[in-house]
Design a protein around this ligand. Structure first.
Ligand code: KG4
Ligand code: ZN
Length: 369
């Protein structure tokens, strides 16, 4: 079947067209169109995503991105109506004003084209993104990586920090999450304290790398929040506050001070993320590890997880580590199309004649089941 998926949960307006086949044990995907329009530059002056600006921009961008996606799939409007089998849309978690724009747009399209509608969970998208074919090489479907179950998935982005037990495709249990800030949010807040523009995760990690490359040591000592807590939860807001107090106490920060502080911050985050993930892997006897979300762009974090999995449970039988291509780590609609196919296989579809009178709610805290 061919699915057109819409994603507007945060600050990217994204539409993809994906061909899906196979069953729940071996779904296969081919990406016909992958369009993402980022609003990051518009939110930058505010130091974070402003929900009402996101909403306004999604409303403006959705029809444009739809045209771009159809053009990429080489479909005229008439052909699209003929060959597309279903419309999928992210219904949560995310920013509710932003989610609503996608839901309304998807409902209208499903009604106009008389297609079924598949409400989809954004986090299921991040997990299943590891099954996508390579977008650049266009590597055809039929060669998917396989996930060994049960798997543990770590989702780390500006909006999420979640540990999910993936029993099999379509069956999930959230086993840990942040009590306050998301990891990416903590990186962005620390970037701001260091005078760097939003989103600053990559800049903080660049500073940290400079300290590492020159082997700079320092007296900064930041906490490792909840490192030894018996659960699988995280907390990053205290870490950001410790950075703020550290800077206030220190006074004027030289470039070297900034580099060493960035390094200590990154070390603290990585130590907590790897320790809690390992704890989850051990607790649930996971057979593979999935990591999704924009923060996995961080090379030191990638190296830490590569090292962890290559030695666990032993160097001779390392744990498979599945990380999507960067384009699929950050928010996109290809992952939403793929996740919606799982929902389709589980019969969670709204038929065309019921689309308009079915209540579909944008749920900022939608749970993953
Ligand atoms: O998944 P994503 O593109 O957007 C959502 O939040 O949904 O993730 C963006 C987040 C931002 O907070 C950004 O600062 C962070 O990922 N990020 C990084 C790096 N690159 C992006 N954090 C740490 N190190 C990086 N290299
Ligand atoms: Zn996301």
């Amino acid at each position: 079947m061919i699915i057109l998926a819409i994603e507007t949960s945060c600050d990217e307006t994204a539409i993809s067209v994906v061909q899906a086949e196979g069953d729940l044990t071996r779904p296969r995907f081919k990406v016909l169109a992958h369009q993402v329009s980022s609003q990051v530059a518009l939110h930058a002056p505010f130091g974070g995503v402003v929900p009402n600006i996101a909403k306004r921009e999604h409303l403006k961008n959705l029809p444009i991105v739809l045209d771009q996606a159809l053009a990429e799939a080489k479909l005229t409007h008439e052909e699209a109506v003929k060959i597309i089998d279903a419309i999928a849309v992210t219904v949560g978690p995310g920013l509710e004003p932003a989610l609503w724009t996608g839901i309304e747009f998807a409902k209208k399209l499903a009604e106009e084209w008389q297609k079924p509608l598949i409400p989809t969970n954004h986090l299921e998208g991040h997990i299943i993104s590891v099954l996508a074919p390579n977008l650049d090489t266009g590597c055809p479907s039929g060669h998917p990586v396989s996930i060994k179950f049960p798997a543990v998935a770590l989702i780390i982005s500006g909006g999420h920090t979640e540990l999910v037990l993936v029993k099999k495709l379509g069956e999930y249990e959230r086993v840990g999450s942040t009590r306050d800030d998301a990891v990416g949010e903590a990186f962005d807040k620390v970037a701001r304290l260091l005078g760097l523009p939003y989103p600053g995760g990559a800049s903080v990690s660049k500073l940290a790398k400079e300290a590492r490359d020159t082997n700079l040591t320092s007296d900064w000592h930041l906490p490792r929040p909840m490192l030894h807590s018996p659960d699988l939860n995280f907390s990053f807001s205290g870490l950001k506050t410790a950075v703020r107090y550290g800077i206030e106490k220190h006074g004027t920060m030289s470039e070297l001070d900034k580099q060493t502080l960035a390094r200590e911050f990154e070390d603290a985050v990585i130590e907590v993320l790897t320790a809690k993930t390992l704890k989850a892997i051990e607790a649930y006897e996971a057979k593979s590890l999935i990591i999704g979300g924009g923060v996995i762009a961080n090379q030191t974090l990638r190296d830490a997880f590569t090292k962890l999995t290559s030695n666990f449970p032993s160097p001779t039988s390392p744990l498979p580590l599945l990380i999507p291509d960067f384009k699929l780590s950050t928010d996109n609609a290809t992952m939403i199309a793929m996740a919606s196919y799982i929902r389709y296989l589980k019969n969670e579809v709204i038929p065309p004649d019921q689309v308009l009178n079915t209540t579909i709610t944008a749920n900022g805290n939608l749970a993953l089941k």
